[in-house]
Design a protein. Structure first.
Length: 515
């Protein structure tokens, strides 16, 4: 368990009037199903045909990658032995007092700025009362009426395969709170055990406006939010670890109606049942939802101000310093790539993963052409990563060497393509660099892959291939001009793929069409 340093004065511009606990190190943690998305989109299309539309809003909980918990000095590492990282504070023992982790405030301000929110110069914590076995205190420290950020929006580009287009979705609020523990259910379902390791882990809850109308829009909103928290480094965003969890609120209403849909479920014409407001769980195997619990209203939570924590009061210097430390975000990166002349398909692929974007940007910094770099990253490199189940930061190819490889193609040292296919010798060099590292020059020399650019040498090979294939030559001159590809292939085979393709096609065309 980390000791943690308790103090009242920050090294940053002071966050007046609240006590914080500094962290001594950075977090060391590592950074909806397509079928369900398709189903939701299909159902939305059916609703549209019937004169209805879906209205979707999402509440997202983001688990922060802080070294220690929100209100105590316990660490949190996903997958730790159950109940091994707990203390009296996160277990809710009487007499214990919370001390706010300053990194939680920093992450909240950072995400609020990234989501174009208004930052509250003064906010407070509240107690949210409810009973559940994994909530040892009987209440959750959260924020109710004065969240740390509000009135924002998120910009995103929809995938090209779903029609593309630019969308803006409103953000109602971002607030700080603590996580609950976790129930571990037995295989038989006859009992459950409580693991409190997660209790007290800091969360940011992001509440969207009900601006989404299809499953695709909802999925892309969640994906963009995941990209943003990863770009910022405030969370690893791993849904499989519970680091990013989405609660989706859905209703339907007739087109043109501004009010939310009435809670009526039509079974068949003339009959209706009142829908009960509730939380439902998604079951992946059956592709259905099931009742989890009846939904509480705000009055059921009996919110009141947290008496053990003072207000959080910020100043402009603190916010400005955080703003200056923020990286380029996905939306700005997409617009920058678009201005380079890249297609939207290229833009979305490159900006989707911060590591891929950094690799691409670094390749450009070494002088590479943007379109060529994008083509090789999205093509052969992406195929290799998928086949080997690797990420781009796990390969040994450096951006410098990719830039050198592209330059070697442009200056004619090696062939990049034969016709529309990648040259096997280019792929050989690329795979060698990805797997084992090294330099382009060394691999070319070691494998004897320097391109043949001597016109006399290529002409001699062309003459021999034409002489060895009189039947094909006769057919070509009789009108089967597609046979030029056959002759080019034979020359490439003779040159072991090293003949300069531009020079080869020029000489070959002249020879085949000579009288």
């Amino acid at each position: 368990m980390n000791a943690g340093l308790f103090f009242t004065t920050l090294h940053r511009p002071p966050l007046a009037r609240f006590t914080t606990r500094a962290e001594s190190a950075q977090a060391t943690e590592p950074k909806a199903a397509p079928q369900s998305i398709q189903m939701a989109t299909k159902e939305a299309a059916q609703l549209k045909m019937q004169g209805f539309e879906a209205v979707i809003g999402i509440e997202t909980h983001v688990q922060l990658s802080t070294v220690t918990k929100a209100f105590c000095s316990c660490p949190y590492n996903y997958g730790s032995q159950p109940n091994s990282t707990i203390c009296p504070t996160c277990m809710g023992h009487p007499g214990t007092l919370p001390v706010l982790n300053e990194k939680v405030v920093e992450c909240a301000v950072k995400l609020g700025l990234a989501l174009n929110c208004e930052i509250s110069m003064t906010s407070k914590f509240d107690r949210k009362q409810y009973f559940y076995p994994d909530l040892p205190k009987g209440y959750q420290i959260s924020q109710f009426d004065i969240p740390i950020a509000k009135k924002g929006y998120i910009d995103l580009d929809l995938p090209m395969e779903f029609g593309g287009g630019h969308k803006k979705f409103g953000i109602t609020r971002v607030h700080m709170e603590e996580d609950a523990g976790k129930l571990l259910h037995s295989d038989s379902g006859s009992y459950s055990q409580v693991d409190l390791n997660r209790a007290g882990v800091p969360l940011l809850e992001i509440v969207s406006e009900p601006d989404m109308r299809t499953g695709i829009e909802a999925a892309e909103y969640g994906a963009e939010l995941q990209r943003i928290v990863r770009y910022l480094g405030v969370s690893n965003g791993n849904m499989q670890e519970g680091s990013l969890r989405c609660d989706v609120n859905v209703s339907v209403r007739p087109f043109g109606q501004s009010e939310f849909g009435t809670k009526i479920l039509l079974h068949k014409e003339g009959q209706a049942d009142q829908i009960v407001q509730e939380t439902r769980l998604w079951d992946e195997s059956s592709q259905k939802t099931f009742t989890m619990r009846k939904k509480e209203g705000l009055a059921d939570y009996r919110y009141f101000p947290e008496p053990d924590l003072p207000e959080v009061v910020l100043n402009n210097d603190y916010i400005d310093e955080i703003h200056k430390s923020m990286p380029e975000l996905p939306e700005a990166k997409r617009r920058r790539y678009e201005n380079m002349g890249l297609s939207m398909q290229d833009v979305l692929f490159l900006a989707n993963d911060d590591n891929v974007a950094r690799f691409f940007d670094s390749t450009l910094e070494h002088g590479s052409d943007a379109k060529l770099a994008a083509n090789w990253i999205m093509g052969d490199i992406a195929a290799y990563l998928k086949n080997e189940k690797l990420t781009i930061d796990e390969i040994k190819l450096s951006p410098l060497e990719l830039s050198e490889l592209i330059a070697s193609i442009k200056n004619g040292t090696i062939s990049g393509k034969i016709g529309k296919e990648a040259s096997p010798y280019f792929v050989l060099i690329l795979v060698e660099l990805i797997a084992n590292g090294g330099t382009v020059k060394a691999v070319i020399e070691e494998k004897d892959l320097v391109q043949i650019a001597d016109p006399a040498a290529i002409e001699a090979m062309v003459d021999k291939v034409i002489a060895d294939n009189p039947k094909q030559l006769e057919q070509y001159r009789a009108g089967k001009t597609k046979l030029q590809g056959f002759f080019a292939g034979q020359v490439m085979k003779a040159s072991k793929g090293k003949a300069n393709p531009v020079l080869l096609n020029k000489i070959l065309g002249e020879k085949l069409n000579a009288n």
